[in-house]
Design a protein around this ligand. Structure first.
Ligand code: PLP
Ligand code: ZN
Length: 421
């Protein structure tokens, strides 16, 4: 494909043609000791600048395909018909004031077709599978990548095999079943499911959608950064906060912003606030230790979407956060639940645990003055709260039960105190 200049290994720096490497670097491979050989797609930016400019954006449709000149798909690729991208950015100045920052913006990716940020990656991944002539695609996922892949496979008529840890939230598993994916509930962790999926892809000739190793998936994720940059041009936030599991999301968002600067659409870059759960914080630890690679851990957090013990996009993620002059925070499950309730009741935006982990992290970062009172913050709500109702129910008090009696209602209204002014 002419627009792709190279696939470059983030470890050894070698460049490959598309037909030389399907997933990871042929020299580095993927080694569990930390050398992952993840590839990054480099475009012929000079060539693409002729196609990708302000006029093009003015005319283009409001979905991720407006970025096709810098996505790794053929210009005439068969694309999914679901509406992907251009999710709204909303502003909450009063909540920002209460929290002690200059402004708060939310980009609600819980509104994407299957309810999570992962739809950006699946849209590109499934289109790539079709382009490469595969009839079956697979992934291992803690939930959202799976339900997303299942939905996009249904849309494009691909067969999908999905390896999910047996403890995934019911809402996400229901999505897999309704989209008629071949679901394999693995009695093990995400990391174990991941290796099994990789072996199966090799054994049966399936296309492997795992973001961790598939260089094209992160290109889908970068559309969140491209979009946010475009939507906020002229008022680029000081910070962008988002949850970090494998690291592919935050690295993708960064790449999107960087490309928009490169094309002259924006003139300023935000700093990244990466947030992990305390029970799954290997990237947080590496960041603070000044290390390039992470030490794997057994993950333990209710934020299932970021329960990753062995992140594979650690290099891209650590580089992105450092390059941005950003910061990393880790928060407890209690802080995540409390952020979920706080955000929903103050904004009407209902995120799943990983979808609001960045908010919990932001509150920490405000307290320790990493984020200053004069600064603005964009948080990406990366998943819809309805995917994991059990966590939501843990996050807020029970509803009150009454008889069919106005007196019962009266007693409750009296107990609730005066009306809001
Ligand atoms: C996958 C996911 C993340 C984190 O993305 P990584 O690429 O694993 O870092 C955050 N939030 C939600 C809702 C997700 O599904
Ligand atoms: Zn390499």
């Amino acid at each position: 494909m002419e627009k792709i200049a190279a696939l470059r290994c983030v470890e050894c720096g070698k460049a490959f043609r598309e037909d030389e490497a399907m997933y990871t670097c042929p020299s580095c491979g993927t080694r569990p000791d930390g050398g992952w050989g993840i590839l990054d797609v480099e475009y012929d930016y000079e060539r693409q600048a002729r196609l990708f400019h302000k006029d093009h954006l003015q005319r283009a449709e409001r979905n991720i395909w407006r970025y096709l000149p810098i996505l790794p798909l053929a210009d005439n690729a068969k694309l999914p018909s679901l509406q992907i991208g251009w999710t709204p950015i909303m502003e909450f100045p009063e909540l920002a004031r209460r929290w002690g920052i200059a402004n708060l913006y939310l980009k609600d990716d819980g509104r994407l077709p299957t309810g999570s940020f992962k739809d950006r990656a699946s849209a590109v991944g499934t289109a790539k599978a079709v382009e490469l002539g595969f009839d079956t695609i697979c992934c291992a996922s803690t939930g959202n990548a799976a339900s997303s892949l299942a939905g996009f496979s249904a849309n494009l008529g691909l067969r999908s095999y999905i390896f999910v840890p047996a403890h995934a939230p019911e809402g996400k598993v229901a999505q897999l079943r309704i989209f008629k994916s071949n679901v394999l509930l693995v009695e093990g962790t995400y990391d174990e499911a991941y290796y099994l999926c990789q072996e199966a892809a090799e054994a049966f000739g399936w296309y492997n959608r795992n973001c961790a190793i598939n260089p094209y998936l992160i290109e889908g994720k970068k559309t969140a950064g491209l979009e946010a940059a475009e939507q906020m041009a002229g008022k680029i936030p000081d910070w962008v906060s988002v949850a970090v599991g494998d690291g592919c999301t935050i690295a993708g968002i960064w790449k999107g912003f960087v490309e928009m600067k490169r094309f002259g659409i924006i003139d300023k870059l935000p700093r990244l606030l990466g947030v992990q759960a305390e029970g799954a914080q290997p990237i947080f630890e590496a960041f603070h230790a000044g290390d390039e690679t992470v030490r794997p851990r057994r993950p333990e957090t209710l934020a299932d979407s970021i329960a990753v013990g062995q992140p594979r996009n650690q290099t891209k993620a650590l580089r992105a956060i450092r390059e941005s002059g950003g910061a990393m925070v880790a928060v407890s499950d209690e802080e995540i639940l409390s952020a979920m309730y706080e955000l929903a009741q103050k904004t009407g935006v209902f995120g799943e645990p990983a979808g609001v982990t960045g908010i919990a992290g932001l509150l920490r970062a405000i307290t320790d003055e990493t984020v200053k009172s004069t600064e603005t913050v964009l948080h990406i709500v990366s998943g819809n709260g309805l995917k994991d109702v059990r966590s939501a129910q843990r996050a807020c008090p029970d509803a009150r039960r009454i008889n069919v009696s106005l007196d019962d209602v009266r007693a409750i209204v009296a107990a609730d105190g005066p009306r809001p002014a």
